[in-house]
Design a binder for this molecule. Sequence first.
Ligand code: AMP
Length: 280
Amino acid sequence: MKTVTTVKDMQMIVDKLHRTNKSIGFVPTMGALHEGHLTLVRDSKKRNDVTIVSVFVNPKQFGPKEDLSKYPRPIENDKKLLAKEGVDYLFNPDENEIYPHGFQTTVSIDKVAEIFEGKSRPGHFDGMATVVLKLFNIVSPDNVYFGQKDFQQCAVVKQMIKDFNLGINFFMVPTVRDFDGLALSSRNIFLSEKERIEATNIYQSLLLGKNLIVGGNHDSEDIKNKIRSYISNHKMVRLDYVEVVNPVDLSVTKTVHRPVVILVAAFVGKTRLIDNIMIK
Ligand code: AMP
């Protein structure tokens, strides 16, 4: 695996790959890699001649009160994991390389980015979309891989690809979970032992919602109330939001029509986690 740190070098490599008609699969990440990220990498490896992974902790997608300075950056371990998976190129630029002096452009997506995560984390999706568009322009991928865990992020990136005619194929990869159902996340390391045990209630609440829908309950508000009530019985978990949405446009309806996705965001101690479940 070759590590590339500058935009110029990455573009030179990509130009050469395109000239030789190699398909490029791309997996953008913020590092602190786990099996979730590696599953995206494996999907890309299966379907592309060359796989490029980026590791860049993007300051623009963190709010002023969020965990940017604490965000884990175990880059040497990340390199080992990616090399073991047979990744061809790691793109690991520093902040000045991505946002050089004088950088002034922000990508802003309307409706789909303004709700749920967009509401709870103002500016998050603008920052995410800005870096993702920039990375897409640098890496010029044929196929990109994102995790279902960040379901709304998938919807926002898909919208951007469509609106800007980027001509990139988008693949959403199912969420990888720990033994007890907790979705793997780079932020799980912030959880104390007790919080880690309690965090599994986020997934349990999603299963509760799924079982209600599969059992014939079509009343969104009732399902959300039962999830709220389940979570409020677990004092270490504080719900930010629960939504029952259409997976295509994330619209909310009073009556559940499958396929449907339940989205949950919750704090466990000071750590904010998100998860979702699709009911087909
Ligand atoms: P991050 O490094 O958290 O920005 O995530 C990079 C990519 O990995 C995003 O597309 C995430 O949705 C995806 N990802 C993170 N956690 C998981 C997981 N548990 N299962 C599948 N994909 C994941």
